[in-house]
Design a protein around this ligand. Sequence first.
Ligand code: DGY
Length: 325
Amino acid sequence: MNKPKVIVTRHWPVEVEARLKELYDVQLNEADKIMTADELKHALQTADAVLTTVTDAITADVLSVENKRAKIIGQFGVGYNNIDIQAAKAHGLMVTNTPHVLTDCTADIAMLLLLMSARRASEGERLILNQQWTGWTPTQLLGQKVTGKTLGLIGFGRIAQAMAKKAHHGFDMKILFYVPPSSMPEQQSIDDLHATRCSSLEDLLADSDFVSLHCPAGVTTKHLINEASLKLMRPTAHLINTARGDVVDSQALINALKAGEIAGAGLDVYEGEPQLNPEFLTLNNVALLPHLGSATEETRTAMGKRVLANIAAFFAGHEPNDKVV
Ligand code: DGY
């Protein structure tokens, strides 16, 4: 029997690409060049499975291409806001994602950004890189103590809960959370975190020293953090975003950082990334990372294996574990 034809849109970890070569008639993208809309359409017409990721715009237009051969889109990533899910469903395409395996690494990056922002790490590193450090002083770059402070989580799915665990058990932080209407409900026991659910976003923003975003991007969460919500935060508070750029109105955040309405921000994701508002580069009170949430050898390999398991189940006639639609 012929092997199913599989097209992978970006370069993946070596171990997973090797396994794909063994199992499928696979077209890899070792040059790692982002595919155009036309190339994505062609992929849907010529492969049984197209393996996408967060940088592929799988729009309603792409999905509406005539004579599709593909029956499944195996997304490499837990987030899938790059795919028009309703259009995929309407065209009879199954979509899967890769939850669970990136939980800890993404929560680690959120914690890293929290610490960087609180302790002014980016500003300190710039002093050294720019050869401007003249030595220790009792008042240089005083940041804020993290241990014992209050962490407010917006969204309380797997990644938020993993961060809560690290923050509570590692840094003795008090945990608040708020679940926006479209977010994942909490799924684990939270008793040992002594976490308090806030009934409104406003309460969480007002009562937190650190606010960390863990909700999916979508119509209901677009610019959830905006001029008005930033004004509710404490002037000593920090905003951490490892979710998706669209959840934050970046111009409003820049204005708030400049005006000292909040103390700092730690960002891993951006509206319109990889472009980011150039004003971010002029600010000292922001820590910026290039979407590194799941970027470890172990996790990216595990994500690839999760996609492999999903399409293997599909081709064997079973429902994949991570079916989205
Ligand atoms: C995801 O899986 O959605 C992440 O953003 C990729 O790091």
